[in-house]
Design a protein around this ligand. Structure first.
Ligand code: BGC
Length: 379
């Protein structure tokens, strides 16, 4: 039986039908199904990916697929080896949250094997070797961060005579999302900076296109320790003579590192208040920090829904069905650029993020986003 299947598979590939996957593509097989989905996640130092990896595997198995999750340790050569390993194991779809653009050689191998790749959360730039991308509206994620600061500092009522002080951080320059987050946030903050109501301490790239200054505020590999050290340096140098009112932090991991640096600084301890600090991911530690009045806001991206949608997409690709992902919008118009790899525009399916502050920190809890242990800590 196995031999017949193997021969059939070879014939299918030769005929270029590998994507169709036949009747064996998942489905409700009680024995777990034989079609294999490889799930390559970038890192574990940002908590969300651990959750994403587990959810993707669970949803794939629920649909009757065999699935395995790997974590790339923020090292693209490690992740590429993991992806090549999935291909050797006969993966039919790869769901990839890449570390950086170096993933394109592995994606090219997948294309040669006629294996479909879904770019998961992060676009795979500079490749024409895949067709699908699933993510959130990342410009909106950044807009929410800008709006958090606007609200937290009551910028609408602030005056240039009594300005507010902010310092800016961006995510990893190797991650396309970092540019969308930053530009979204600055689309809200730039008018206040232009009118003198908000003053930037440290480098100020007006948009991510100011590459030199963007590099200065970017945080390689989204590393918490790098952000903490940069914040300590700012506090001791550029921000020595002011009390910062806000910090634009691109995600929760970096927000907590920045807050740690502030908490260790006598000036903020004396002022009895922390800067209004943004984040994203609704990581349990940050939601707790928001509840306790330290971090100001986060952006809840329901990655359980993202994982479910990605597996539905994989299932529809494998079955040769028309793609229809409830809860996600296919990017068009102004949003088309979200799917632009630089080599082609892939189909980008977008889910909606939610702004979370102290007023609605229960939203991710109510969505069932946390593990029982995390939920217990949030009580
Ligand atoms: C994701 C964020 C995450 C960051 C660091 C980005 O690509 O969209 O959710 O915080 O990577 O891992």
């Amino acid at each position: 039986m196995k031999k017949i299947l193997a021969v059939t598979l070879v014939l299918c590939i030769a005929a270029g039908f590998a994507f169709a996957g036949g009747g064996k593509a998942g489905g409700s097989s009680a024995s777990g199904g034989s079609t294999f989905i490889g799930i390559a996640m970038p890192e574990t130092h940002v908590q969300r990916w651990v959750k994403d990896g587990a959810s993707l595997k669970k949803f794939a198995e629920e649909k009757g697929y065999r699935a395995e999750t790997s974590f790339g340790d923020a090292d693209q050569s490690v992740q590429n080896r993991q992806i090549e390993g999935f291909l050797t194991q006969g993966a039919k779809v790869l769901v990839i949250g890449s570390v950086n653009e170096g993933v394109i050689s592995a994606v090219a191998s997948a294309a040669q094997d006629k294996v479909a790749v879904i770019a998961y959360d992060r676009i795979i730039s500079n490749s024409a070797d895949y067709d699908y991308y699933i993510t959130f509206n990342n410009f909106k994620v950044g807009q929410f961060q800008g709006q958090g600061i606007e609200q937290g500092l009551n910028l609408k009522a602030a005056t240039a005579a009594n300005p507010k002080y902010i310092t800016l951080f961006a995510g990893s320059p190797t991650d396309g999302n970092a540019f969308f987050f930053y530009d979204g946030a600055m689309s809200v903050l730039n008018p206040y900076i232009d009118s003198g109501v908000l003053k930037v301490v440290g480098p100020y790239p007006k948009t991510s296109k100011d590459t030199a200054n963007f590099q200065r505020i970017a945080t390689e590999n989204w590393s918490g320790p790098i952000a903490k050290t940069r914040m300590e340096n700012l506090l001791n140098n550029d921000a020595r003579d002011v009390v910062l009112d806000a910090v634009l932090a691109p995600n929760d991991t970096l927000a907590r590192a920045i807050i740690e640096a502030c908490l260790a600084d006598a000036k903020y301890a004396a002022a009895g208040k922390l800067p209004v600090t943004t984040g994203q991911d609704a990581e349990a530690d940050s939601t707790l920090s928001i509840k306790n009045g330290r971090q100001y806001m986060t952006v809840f991206k329901d990655t359980t829904k993202l994982a479910e949608a990605a597996i539905l997409l994989a299932d529809q690709i494998l079955k040769g069905q028309t793609i229809n992902i409830p809860g996600a919008t296919l990017a068009s118009g102004d949003l088309l650029s979200i799917g632009d790899t630089g080599k082609k525009v892939v189909k980008a399916y977008l889910l909606e993020p939610i702004l979370v502050t102290k007023d609605n920190w229960q939203v991710p809890v109510q969505a069932g986003f946390y593990t029982p242990e995390e939920e217990a800590r949030l009580k």
